[in-house]
Write a protein that binds this ligand. Sequence first.
Ligand SMILES: NC(=O)c1ccc[n+]([C@@H]2O[C@H](COP(=O)([O-])OP(=O)(O)OC[C@H]3O[C@@H](n4cnc5c(N)ncnc54)[C@H](O)[C@@H]3O)[C@@H](O)[C@H]2O)c1
Length: 432
Amino acid sequence: MENLIDKIRRHEARCGIIGLGYVGLPLALEFARAGFRVTGIDVDRGKVDAIMAGRSYVVDVSDAEIAEQVAAGRLMATSDFAAIAELDTVNICVPTPLRKTKDPDLTFVVSAVNEIRRHLRRGQLVILESTTYPGTTEEVVLPALEASGLQVGRDFCLAFSPERIDPGNPQFNTRNIPKVVGGVTPACTEMAAALYAECVDQVIPVSSTRVAEMVKLLENTFRSVNIGLVNEIALMSHALGVDVWEVIDAAKTKPFGFMAFYPGPGLGGHCIPIDPFYLSWKAKMNGFEPRFIELAGHINESMPRFVVEKITDALNRHKKSVRGSRVHILGVAYKAGVNDIRESPALNVMKILTDKGAMLSYSDPYIPAIREEGLCLDSLPQKNGWLANIDCVVVLTAHREFDYGSVVESAPLVVDTRNALQGYRGENIVRL
Ligand SMILES: NC(=O)c1ccc[n+]([C@@H]2O[C@H](COP(=O)([O-])OP(=O)(O)OC[C@H]3O[C@@H](n4cnc5c(N)ncnc54)[C@H](O)[C@@H]3O)[C@@H](O)[C@H]2O)c1
């Protein structure tokens, strides 16, 4: 294994990334920019072809960044797992969704690990980056890799390092977010830390894979619970006739001991609504009944219905029923500035409205079409008269690209769940 650490320091190690999505593609580019030769492996041939053609499908990555690394021979993509045999390091960045029962679905991790085992050889470093419950690396990945006959620490290294990127965040990226690393053995931690040290600004070694796995779940549970809390405060404020946004704006002037979280139509994306349930599942398997995670989950999941209640009440005041009303959704991505609709609360809000008989349309510069949850809609461009004949506009994602002034001017009713209309006044505005 000593040979590998030298190769890493000389940037001669061949790096591989399995899973080239929101996490894997930026990581592959970071390794390539550091001077490593990187092979990305993905089962999605569309992504492989896009990379080889210098085309990006991730908001934070430009076509030029990919094209530059491909042209320099530092980045290539393939769907052929035989490429693993040529690699010195392999980072696994595949999805970790939940089943309908809210149990972890490790199918993608298991399938990637089985491919690695088929091609594993002495002197390789394997790092799991997919978010998962504490114990996955040692209970699931390690036995699968050791079934090859090779032994961890002696023949190959294995570590866990959570990915902490925040898509659409212009300030923090793969390079400047500190990288937490925990190996199965101290030598594994050292090896993984050495690799990341070449391409990220700061590496934080921890004592085990379990700690590294739990770090990510603490971070995302912290967000889920605090968003659940502020959503409950929003529901309470509604009952008390208080403007929750004004309360938060004033509270956040406290220079210590308070961190602002904002209410909204619910949680979305591949992380916050999902990851805490990985922890909750594992805790239950060990006889511990987690309460905060479940409670926050209930409150956050109730928000789409609350939004629909707000829309219903607003239309009612205009002597209209939801059935037959034309409701236009502004923004369906799970958050501003991203082209990701996974788990977006907009899908729930739209499904409930459709079930109630509303006639839906939407605009989202990042999501050209929706073909899921029984919805089949194309994004309407924002042009003159785009809101003519609409009974109610609902802001679900506060993209900067929207012309909120014209929305307030032309829509008879606007339900704003994101405080996007802060600063606008009008009888037609209803806030969450
Ligand atoms: N998206 C985020 O903001 C974010 C942030 C931090 C951590 N994470 C975690 O990182 C992991 C990946 O998330 P993502 O958002 O990049 O997912 P993604 O769906 O964008 O990308 C995953 C990629 O893996 C590919 N894939 C699936 N199975 C494969 C297999 N067996 N072999 C090769 N490729 C395979 C898919 O085709 C896809 O391109 C998840 O565990 C997620 O929780 C995501």
